[in-house]
Design a protein around this ligand. Structure first.
Ligand SMILES: Cc1cc2nc3c(=O)[nH]c(=O)nc-3n(C[C@H](O)[C@H](O)[C@H](O)COP(=O)(O)O)c2cc1C
Length: 201
């Protein structure tokens, strides 16, 4: 094995395992909107950038738009993406929901995607990063109620981005410095609860 393959081989090992040879937690960062021109990918990438620096889990973006889910139970709907959606969620130990506020709640697309699955969510932890005119607070609180029914333990720290002060023109993410600390505090709680809940699954 050459110098570089040794180096890269080692890196691969580090990304998949934590100290003591335990498998790393997998945390899905779920983009909660699907409309054309949405800002959720910007928010998700920003959270992933902060998360990846921590080295405490494997973080991946899960974009609900990718699965093209029909409305749940809709006759004639194309449900070909449901199995992949189920698999992606089942493979995670915890989640960060990227939540936009639509009429004081979460988007219909996120609610529909949540409704499709049940056991895949159960006994896992989640954090919420929301955005809106008042930080998406009303949507985040609605999501907490839904997560309770799905047996997802949502953590207390909740980074809430203002469309007025954390975005330029309401659509270009320019978060205040304080938000990075808030994301890290939220992730601390998601990691500790995801670790704990893994023991009862
Ligand atoms: C149908 C709709 C309803 C909205 N309702 C609210 C609202 O009640 N409160 C709020 O703060 N923002 C509201 N907004 C603004 C969105 O939060 C903002 O456009 C945000 O960027 C949407 O997320 P997205 O870009 O990821 O789709 C609404 C936007 C849409 C499209």
């Amino acid at each position: 094995m050459g110098f570089f393959s040794k180096l890269f081989g080692k890196k691969q090992e580090v990304t998949q395992q934590q100290d003591g040879g335990k498998e790393m937690l997998k945390i899905g960062i779920i983009l909660g909107s699907t409309r054309e021109g949405r800002v959720s990918p910007q928010v998700g990438e920003w959270v992933k950038g902060i998360a990846d620096k921590r080295g405490d889990a494997s973080y991946e973006i899960i974009d609900i738009a990718e699965f093209k889910l029909p409305l749940l139970g809709e006759p004639g709907g194309d449900a070909s993406g449901v199995a992949a959606w189920s698999q992606r969620v089942a493979g995670c130990d915890g989640f960060v929901f990227i939540v936009s506020e639509y009429n004081h709640s979460i988007s219909g697309a996120l609610k529909n995607a949540l409704d499709f699955l049940r056991e895949e969510w159960n006994n896992k932890a989640a954090g919420i990063v929301s955005y809106g005119s008042v930080g998406g607070a009303r949507a985040a609180e609605h999501l907490r109620g839904i997560l309770g029914e799905l047996l997802v333990a949502d953590v207390r720290v909740h980074p809430a981005l203002s469309l007025f002060t954390d975005f330029e023109n309401g659509n270009v993410l320019k978060p205040a410095d304080v938000q990075t600390q808030s994301v890290n505090d939220m992730l601390d709680q998601v990691i500790s609860w995801s670790t704990a809940l893994k023991t009862i699954r």
